[in-house]
Write a protein that binds this ligand. Structure first.
Ligand SMILES: [Zn+2]
Length: 68
Protein backbone atom coordinates (compact mmCIF):
# COMPACT_ATOMS: atom_id res chain seq x y z
CA UNK A 1 0.00 0.00 0.00
CA UNK A 2 1.35 3.39 -0.96
CA UNK A 3 0.99 6.13 1.60
CA UNK A 4 0.71 9.75 0.68
CA UNK A 5 1.51 12.82 2.69
CA UNK A 6 -1.69 14.21 4.20
CA UNK A 7 -0.40 17.76 3.73
CA UNK A 8 0.91 17.89 0.20
CA UNK A 9 -0.41 14.53 -1.00
CA UNK A 10 2.81 13.45 -2.54
CA UNK A 11 3.77 9.82 -2.31
CA UNK A 12 5.41 9.20 1.01
CA UNK A 13 8.96 7.96 0.65
CA UNK A 14 10.19 9.34 3.92
CA UNK A 15 8.93 11.36 6.83
CA UNK A 16 6.84 10.42 9.79
CA UNK A 17 3.61 8.61 10.51
CA UNK A 18 1.27 10.35 12.92
CA UNK A 19 -1.69 8.39 14.14
CA UNK A 20 -1.38 6.20 11.10
CA UNK A 21 -1.23 9.17 8.74
CA UNK A 22 1.84 10.04 6.78
CA UNK A 23 3.58 13.37 6.72
CA UNK A 24 6.51 13.77 4.38
CA UNK A 25 9.85 15.05 5.49
CA UNK A 26 9.55 18.44 3.81
CA UNK A 27 6.17 19.12 5.38
CA UNK A 28 7.45 17.96 8.73
CA UNK A 29 10.37 20.36 8.52
CA UNK A 30 8.04 23.13 7.52
CA UNK A 31 5.96 22.43 10.59
CA UNK A 32 8.93 22.62 12.87
CA UNK A 33 9.89 26.10 11.80
CA UNK A 34 6.52 27.76 11.33
CA UNK A 35 5.05 30.25 13.66
CA UNK A 36 1.93 28.99 15.35
CA UNK A 37 0.04 32.05 14.26
CA UNK A 38 0.61 31.57 10.57
CA UNK A 39 -2.07 30.47 8.21
CA UNK A 40 -0.14 27.38 7.41
CA UNK A 41 -0.38 26.21 10.97
CA UNK A 42 -4.14 26.52 10.91
CA UNK A 43 -4.23 24.85 7.57
CA UNK A 44 -2.11 22.05 8.88
CA UNK A 45 -4.19 21.59 11.98
CA UNK A 46 -7.31 21.41 9.87
CA UNK A 47 -5.75 18.81 7.66
CA UNK A 48 -4.74 16.74 10.63
CA UNK A 49 -8.11 17.09 12.23
CA UNK A 50 -9.96 16.14 9.09
CA UNK A 51 -7.72 13.22 8.47
CA UNK A 52 -7.88 11.97 12.00
CA UNK A 53 -11.56 12.40 12.55
CA UNK A 54 -12.68 10.63 9.44
CA UNK A 55 -11.18 8.42 6.85
CA UNK A 56 -11.73 10.45 3.74
CA UNK A 57 -11.45 9.05 0.25
CA UNK A 58 -8.86 10.63 -1.97
CA UNK A 59 -9.97 13.87 -3.59
CA UNK A 60 -12.15 15.19 -0.82
CA UNK A 61 -9.72 17.56 0.80
CA UNK A 62 -10.21 20.39 -1.64
CA UNK A 63 -9.11 23.03 0.84
CA UNK A 64 -5.86 21.34 1.53
CA UNK A 65 -5.07 21.08 -2.13
CA UNK A 66 -6.07 24.62 -2.95
CA UNK A 67 -3.68 25.93 -0.39
CA UNK A 68 -0.78 25.24 -2.67
ZN1 LIG B 1 4.14 16.63 2.40
Amino acid sequence: MCRTCIICRKPLNDGIIVYGKGICESCEKRLLIIDEETDFYDFYKNCIKKNLVRLIPRGVNENCRDYQ
